[in-house]
Design a protein around this ligand. Structure first.
Ligand code: HEC
Ligand code: HEC
Ligand code: HEC
Ligand code: HEC
Length: 375
């Protein structure tokens, strides 16, 4: 058996074994690789295994496809981020750096990136090096006999539609449109778009300006991480730390937290169950994967990150878990005067705020509650 997850190398001949091989590279054909739709998730969080997607695998796959299909055109459909703020700026720069290092040909600038301001767009352009398409400036370009255009959808978080048609410059009725999220179509068949959170990419083969073949290629764990993209991603993590972004998160004044250990004396049974559970070391878990200073991760892995009284990276030992109060709510008042300050009932809905379809797809309330039941 050929191991594909070995660092660095994905043997070319394995492409077909993986189920995304196209017919043999053909001289006359033009191959197009479409990526996009990271939506703020440059790497799978790893909350559950296996998870598809991520910039590191994407880079490896693009590199392999470009070398297999010599001269393949790489188009990125944008929508790199999912929120305003400094962390998103760092994500855009990291993504653009990888596009530049691997040689993106054309990339869309979508409202997600625009929203971060002109400075970041400039930085993105200098890092990515390829041809930016943005309807406010230029919405199409001709590459290797194909006209590539973008349509930016009105929605704030969506990749660009990519329209590929025959040169010369007119909007071909037979154009292939790659729609964001959830499939694309044209006369020649249905395509699957790269989709949300970089979980895959799309490979197309054109002949004489017409789409002949298309494949959606999921970025599964067996696709190894690209070494160069890994370096870019690690320096992104270092920048999160260096800029202390987790300390700068905006927080509410609401919520007085007591900490799980203050509940023990009155609720020994609950405490016994709790401190044995995986919840009680959730920040430790983040630390082990070097994400303990990542604002994207801390909220679900700690107590009260949204409030000034909750977890803070400045005091990383306090509230460094999914604690009693992650479920029962801030309880300092209750711990002081339990009869006067009653807590609300908690149910499945609370669990689902962290155990989402992405982070915990196998979550089943009855089964999971049994594991941590404490009453
Ligand atoms: C929406 C809430 C949420 C966010 C955000 C989140 N996690 Fe998690 N994480 C979870 C949940 C829930 C689990 C437990 C999943 C399960 O066992 O079903 C988990 C488990 C994990 C685990 C343990 C997996 C294992 O094999 O035991 C790791 C590692 C992890 N998360 C890393 C991260 C990182 C890194 C980030 C940020 C990039 C992150 N998480 C962001 C909710 C979240
Ligand atoms: C604040 C976010 C959050 C809430 C709310 C939450 N969890 Fe979790 N849960 C996590 C995280 C994060 C982990 C992974 C911890 C780790 O491994 O470090 C986890 C892990 C677990 C595990 C261990 C997984 C395993 O199989 O070992 C169980 C069981 C669990 N949660 C059940 C529940 C139940 C039931 C609820 C609701 C009553 C709930 N959780 C509410 C974040 C949360
Ligand atoms: C000084 C003792 C004491 C401490 C400390 C304490 N509790 Fe309680 N708790 C009680 C008592 C007594 C009740 C029962 C109240 C009643 O039935 O009137 C209770 C009830 C509860 C309930 C059931 C809902 C309710 O309000 O009746 C929850 C949940 C709870 N406590 C959680 C916590 C958590 C979480 C902490 C730690 C932050 C905590 N308690 C700290 C004494 C305490
Ligand atoms: C993962 C979420 C979660 C965590 C963590 C958690 N609880 Fe609970 N707790 C629940 C749920 C769900 C119930 C059952 C529904 C209810 O009574 O609200 C419950 C029930 C209780 C009850 C019984 C309430 C009653 O009416 O009988 C007490 C007391 C309690 N928890 C205290 C604690 C204490 C103390 C801790 C920490 C040592 C803790 N819980 C940690 C989710 C959690």
């Amino acid at each position: 058996m050929i191991r594909l997850s070995k660092k660095g190398l994905l043997p070319l001949m394995c492409l077909s074994l993986l189920g995304f091989g196209m017919s043999k590279p053909s001289e006359e054909s033009t191959y197009v690789i479409v990526t996009g739709g990271a939506r703020g998730s440059l790497a799978p969080c790893g909350c559950t295994k296996p998870m598809t997607g991520g910039l590191k695998r994407m880079a490896n796959m693009v590199r392999e496809l470009k070398s297999r299909y010599n001269g393949a055109i790489w188009i990125d459909a944008g929508d790199i981020t999912n929120a305003p703020g400094r962390q998103s700026e760092l994500k855009v720069e990291t993504y653009a750096q990888v596009m530049g290092e691997l040689g993106v040909d054309v990339y869309a600038i979508t409202p997600s990136e625009r929203a971060l301001g002109e400075g970041i767009i400039l930085s993105m352009k200098s890092l990515a090096k390829g041809i930016p398409l943005d309807p406010t400036e230029r919405d199409s370009v001709s590459v290797k006999g194909l006209k590539i255009a973008v349509d930016i959808p009105g929605l704030p978080h969506s990749e660009a539609d990519i329209i590929i048609s025959r040169d010369p410059n007119h909007r071909d009725l037979n154009a292939t449109t790659i729609f964001p999220s959830g499939g694309a179509a044209q006369a020649n068949g249905t395509l699957v778009s790269p989709g949300e959170a970089l979980r895959g990419l799309v490979l197309l083969r054109f002949l004489g300006g017409e789409l002949k073949e298309s494949r959606a290629i999921p970025l599964e764990p067996r696709v190894a991480d690209d070494a160069q993209a890994t370096r870019a991603y690690n320096s992104y993590l270092n920048r999160l730390n260096a800029e202390r972004l987790a300390e700068k998160v905006l927080r509410t004044d609401k919520g007085r937290f007591a900490g799980s250990s203050s509940c023990t004396k009155c609720h020994p049974t609950a405490a016994k169950v709790h401190f044995k559970s995986a919840h009680s070391h959730a920040i430790e878990t983040l630390k082990s994967v070097k994400h303990d200073n990542d604002p994207d991760c801390i909220s679900c892995h700690s107590v009260g990150f949204e409030a000034k009284g909750g977890y803070s990276p400045l005091q990383p030992k306090k509230f460094a878990e999914v604690g009693c109060e992650s479920c029962h709510g801030a309880s300092a008042d209750h711990a002081a005067k339990p009869k006067q300050f009653k807590l609300q009932k908690v149910g499945e809905k609370k669990c689902l705020s962290c155990h989402t379809t992405r982070t915990s797809p196998a979550f089943n309330f009855v089964k999971n509650w049994t594991k941590i039941k404490h009453r």
